[in-house]
Design a protein around this ligand. Structure first.
Ligand code: NAD
Ligand code: WQD
Length: 342
């Protein structure tokens, strides 16, 4: 009998790729999403890739009674991967209560609904919890810095809620994955990131600029204390990231002594904004238009992860490099331009 995993936010960017990897690994999947930031057509796209249509509930996790009903209706669920959240850093500064309400209520409702049974729980955290680390690469034991935004704060506090809940409730076994910068798309180009409006993140802006949907890219600052002056990030291919969730579920299944643990999910290698632009050009043969602009408020100068613990204990390592990240992001941008969802 295959195990059943509930994936919240499963029609979203990282969730959809994780659903495919769970199916590839033999798990059955139930998706819950309110489609606030994703499209129902992603379900068909997942089915085209894996041949299996996941069960789907359109439901808002911030409504407690609905989440309790769902958990009751599915006593067979053995694991929960919780992606569903609002994630726009800038918007969270403008609308902090929107972020606190959605991200906290959803998490608390899920933990309440599944409290009575043995459940493996994997949570989407972020390298944003480290702020600008004192030492690079940053390890999981680095201090959590004061959050730069309400969004970042929801990740920090959610990690605390999870740790305290797991320690108080013997039924819970929890892993928080701290993602670095997820980019790229599935090799089929049938699923990928679908930003609404002007992309705030670098790689979707690059691909939209390349296809002519946006003007030139602005590099936010070239006067940082880095080799080429632009900021450095640890970009991680979304398919590698998706596989880290399968590894986390397997680790929790195999090691029942884990109550709560945290892992970095990155490549362990930093790339600057200018290197990323060059990597896109060389991977795709498409020339980009870019200009240097002022620094963006709140940006961290440089961050990349130490992934030693993930390799040793999670038995997971990133396999795909910047070239493949750029190639797949471009293939997805072209696919969605030719096959728009609306
Ligand atoms: P996404 O917006 O594509 O996916 C999130 C999904 O959750 C969306 O489909 C949205 O409709 C759904 N959702 C939101 N609130 C909901 C609710 N109350 N009830 C039901 N569904 C709800 O985002 P993503 O990039 O796939 O991110 C997934 C998770 O990873 C988020 O928790 C995000 O904070 C975290 N994360 C993302 C990044 C990144 O750069 N993309 C980096 C670090 C961490
Ligand atoms: C990457 C680099 C920009 C756009 C954000 C969140 C973080 C995490 C991931 C969830 C930076 C530069 C960007 C552009 C540019 N999300 N840039 N021109 O800021 O590392 O992280 O998303 O947890 O919390 O803060 O990612 O893709 O926005 O930026 O020069 O048009 O690209 O300054 O150096 P970031 P990003």
């Amino acid at each position: 009998m295959s195990k059943k995993i509930l994936v919240t936010g499963g029609t979203g960017y990282i969730g959809s790729h994780t659903v495919v990897e769970l199916q590839n690994a033999g798990y059955e999947v139930i998706i819950v999403d309110n489609l606030d930031n994703s499209n129902i057509r992603i379900l068909d796209q997942i089915t085209k890739i894996s041949g299996i249509k996941p069960q789907f509930y359109q439901l808002d996790l911030s409504e407690e009674n609905k989440v309790i009903e769902l958990a009751k209706a599915h006593p067979e669920i053995s694991g929960v991967i919780h992606f569903a959240a609002h994630k726009a850093v800038g918007e969270s500064v403008q609308l902090p209560l929107k972020y606190y309400r959605n991200n906290f209520f959803s998490l608390i409702n899920l933990l309440t609904a599944f409290a009575g049974r043995e459940v493996d729980f994997v949570f989407s955290s972020s390298c944003t919890v480290y702020g600008q680390p004192d030492q690079l690469p940053v390890t999981e034991s680095a201090p959590v810095k004061k959050a730069e935004s309400p969004y970042g704060n929801t990740k920090q506090v959610a990690e605390e809620i999870l740790q305290e809940t797991a320690e108080a409730n013997t039924n819970y076994h929890v892993i928080s994955l701290r993602y670095f910068n997820p980019v790229g798309a599935h090799a089929s180009a049938l699923i990928g990131e679908l930003p609404i409006g002007v992309p705030q993140n670098l790689v979707p802006f690059i691909t939209q600029s390349a296809i002519g949907k946006r003007g030139p890219i602005t590099v936010f600052g070239d006067d940082y204390n880095t080799p080429d002056g632009s900021c450095i990030r640890d970009y991680i291919h979304v398919v590698d990231l998706a596989k880290a969730h399968v590894a986390a579920i397997k680790l929790l299944e195999d090691n029942r002594t884990i109550k709560y643990d945290v892992f970095n999910v990155g490549t362990g290698k930093g790339s600057s904004v200018l290197e990323t632009i060059k990597a896109f050009e060389s991977a795709t043969g498409v020339k980009l238009n870019y200009k240097i602009g002022p620094r963006r408020a709140g940006d961290i100068e440089q961050v990349w992860g130490d992934v030693t613990k993930s390799a040793k204990e999670l038995h997971w390592k990133a396999e795909l490099g910047l070239d493949e990240m750029m190639r797949s992001a471009w293939a997805w941008e072209q696919y969605i331009a030719e096959n728009p969802f609306e």
